[in-house]
Design a protein around this ligand. Structure first.
Ligand code: SF4
Length: 78
């Protein structure tokens, strides 16, 4: 899955939402989240993010590692 990280917080540009072919990017209060089971790893969202907030799960910067769980937990709560 792809992961949305810290740069998205309070930005929510939504360019990624337009690109995603399976509509698996959802809007929360302060950021967008990628559904880890619906994401088909196409990578289309990553280059269109103006703040470079989207990472493949193996490429999440170490200082944003918690955002993997942040994305997964968002969907546990809805
Ligand atoms: Fe959607 Fe593809 Fe991005 Fe996954 S990698 S969130 S399927 S655009």
């Amino acid at each position: 899955t792809y992961i949305i990280g810290l740069p998205c917080v309070d930005v929510k540009d939504r360019a990624c939402v337009e690109e995603c072919p399976v509509d698996c990017i959802y809007e929360g209060n302060r950021m967008l989240y990628i559904h880890p089971e619906e994401c088909v790893d196409c990578g289309a969202c990553e280059p269109v993010c103006p703040v470079e907030a989207i990472y493949y799960e193996d490429d999440v910067p170490e200082d944003q590692a918690e955002f993997y769980d942040v994305n997964v937990q968002f969907f546990d709560e809805i």
